[in-house]
Design a protein around this ligand. Structure first.
Ligand SMILES: *Cc1c(COP(=O)(O)O)cnc(C)c1O
Ligand code: SF4
Length: 343
């Protein structure tokens, strides 16, 4: 039986989503930041709007323009500069669509861009130019996605991504999970989401209800880039998910000025573990237009990983990978010879 939510009663997470700051001037005001950042923020906001929910805003240190959480969400006119090698679809997603909103790049698993919406807008996001309006698996398109899943018996896992699948209602998610019952070769459901981090109240009874009812094994890959993103509310949300038998992993993106030093990365791994989450991937930045100022070069990245391996148990060291259009999996980034990394 699927729990239906009462449409007359808005879940608290919906109110949080609606209360997200979506104006650059307000963002600066609330955080006590200098007004001279405004012209730059407004220009970049025109292309990819600001979006920061209150629970995330509360973890940003007031008055610090270098705050690692702020840097992920504050638009800057640096985003306007063109850089060779940075494009609108750096990972070949459009070419990998097998049906609207269905990306089948890797063996055994298929990724559904379940919605274009996100709870937060991350300035480095490779999907910032993705034409979701045409590409997302909106309600009437679940059907073609499901037809693709049912027809390919080599598939074991369905990954809901986006956008962010947890911006969808529990009724819609429960419908999808219900439909997956009829596809016997699908064993695992994976959710790629940043919502439990940016709006921890999203992990409520309605979500846990349908998660508890699916016979699929559920894996949730959170997206956290800095230890400061994990406050006590996030820890509690993760505890509830774990109690519901959800396997919790994290993916981070290596971002200049946010987490590109060994202390920050080690602190992130330690903090994730405290929340019951294991680090999975550390992604090299996808070379998307507008994000070049976040790039860290591979030699430095590999050097950071060596330092992490020296300092942490192996299970707290994420895999450093980059995504390559046309590759059969994420590509591991290896150390480039002895002494290549600046530590
Ligand atoms: C990243 C990604 C996956 C998942 O890859 P894993 O290595 O299994 O985490 C699957 N499909 C697509 C299209 C992806 O981009
Ligand atoms: S898809 Fe993920 S990284 Fe991109 S804006 Fe949404 S939450 Fe941020």
């Amino acid at each position: 039986m699927i729990h239906r939510t009462d449409p007359a009663r808005q879940a608290p997470w919906r109110a949080e989503l609606a209360a997200a700051v979506n104006d650059p001037g307000e963002l600066l005001r609330v955080l006590g930041l200098p007004e001279d950042l405004l012209a730059s923020a407004r220009r970049a906001h025109e292309r990819f709007p600001v979006r920061v929910p209150p629970a995330y805003l509360a973890r940003i240190v007031r008055g610090d323009p270098g705050d690692p959480l702020l840097r992920q969400v504050l638009p800057l006119d640096l985003e306007e500069a063109a850089h060779p090698g940075f494009s609108k679809d750096p990972v070949g997603d459009l070419a990998a669509q097998v049906a609207p909103g269905v990306l089948h790049k890797y063996e055994g698993r298929v990724l559904l861009t379940a919605t274009g919406a996100c709870a937060v807008h991350c300035r480095y996001c490779f999907r910032r130019h993705f034409p979701y309006a045409e590409a997302n698996a909106s309600r009437d398109r679940w059907r073609s996605a499901l037809a693709h899943l049912a027809a390919d018996a080599s598939l074991r896992e369905v990954i809901l991504s986006g956008g962010d699948p947890l911006t969808l209602s529990d009724d819609r998610l429960a419908d999808l999970v219900e439909a997956l019952r009829d596809v016997p070769h699908i064993k695992r459901l994976r959710l790629h989401t940043r919502v439990p981090v940016v709006i921890p109240s999203r992990v409520d009874d309605a979500l846990l209800g349908w998660l508890a009812e699916t016979p699929l094994a559920v894996v949730m890959v959170l997206h956290t880039n800095h230890a400061q993103e994990i406050d006590e509310a996030v820890v509690r949300a993760c505890a509830r998910l774990r109690k519901a038998q959800v396997t919790l992993l994290n993916q981070a993106v290596l971002l200049a000025g946010v987490n590109d030093d060994a202390d920050a990365l080690a602190a992130l791994s330690e903090r994730l573990f405290e929340a019951g989450v294991l680090p999975y991937y550390l992604h090299m930045l996808d070379r998307v237009e507008g994000a070049a100022h976040f790039a860290v070069d591979e030699a430095r990245a590999a050097g950071l990983m060596e330092t992490l391996r020296d300092r942490l148990p192996g299970y707290l060291v994420p895999r450093l990978v980059r995504e390559e259009a046309g590759a059969a999996a994420k590509v591991p980034v290896a150390a480039v010879g002895a002494g290549a990394g600046c530590r």
